[in-house]
Ligand binder design. Structure first.
Ligand code: URA
Ligand code: SF4
Length: 208
């Protein structure tokens, strides 16, 4: 796996230039069985960037991140937390859908550390160009991609984490992944959703 670096344009002026280049990426083997690359959506000058894991089945078909069930839940949570659409930029740690075929279904497969490393040059350049005030990490894949392997959702979620970046000190904020809320047993799901909204409200609070 060569990694994405050689496909990331040098001195891109904005995320549109990255998005235009991403379909050519052969930085790891995930491009081949996938339908298409799924790059980011949202405002290129957002104050908040949200980073998920990888596109899901519907995202892979439509080429847009967070349009499936997890994306719909996330959109509702963002609205409840008072984060407007034009304040957020959404992307994923890995830009191609990784899955296991089962009959004519495609079952989500968690990306390996090597896929996250291979794809990271895209994410790093996106964050450099968007330069958000807060980077929200949705779940363990995104959190480990940007804050390292020692991060644990249980102990690290829900409070700002400051780190040095190429754009100076940045605020990161770890929370649960919307898919994890959907997978929570029914008797605890409302509480898991409320905790996600609380975290996003805390993010909104950091902006004022
Ligand atoms: N889950 C993610 O992490 N990203 C998406 O784009 C959709 C579902
Ligand atoms: Fe490139 Fe990332 Fe797709 Fe791998 S997952 S081919 S590194 S865009």
């Amino acid at each position: 796996r060569p990694g994405a670096q050689e496909w990331v344009p040098e001195r891109a002026e904005g995320v549109d230039a990255l998005r235009a280049a991403a379909p050519s990426c052969r930085g790891c083997e995930l491009w081949e069985p996938a339908t298409q690359v799924v790059f980011s959506a949202g405002s290129p000058h957002a104050s908040v960037a949200l980073v998920g894991e990888q596109p899901g089945d519907q995202e892979d078909r439509r080429g847009i991140p967070f349009v499936g069930p997890a994306g719909q839940l996330l959109q509702r949570a963002l609205e409840e937390a008072g984060l407007a659409r034009d304040q957020v930029y959404v992307t994923n740690a890995v830009k191609h859908f990784r899955f296991t075929p089962r009959g004519n279904r495609r079952i989500h497969a968690t990306p390996e550390a090597a896929h996250i490393t291979a794809c990271k040059p895209w994410l790093a350049e996106e964050l450099r160009l968007v330069d958000p005030r807060v980077v929200v990490l949705l779940g363990a894949t995104a959190a480990k991609a940007l804050l390292g392997p020692a991060i644990r959702i249980g102990k690290d979620r829900g409070h700002p984490i400051e780190r040095e970046t190429t754009r100076g000190t940045k605020t990161f904020f770890v929370t649960t992944h919307p898919s994890a809320v959907l997978r929570t047993p029914e008797d605890a799901r409302d509480a898991a959703y409320a905790a996600l909204v609380d975290d996003l409200r805390a993010v909104a609070g950091l902006l004022s």
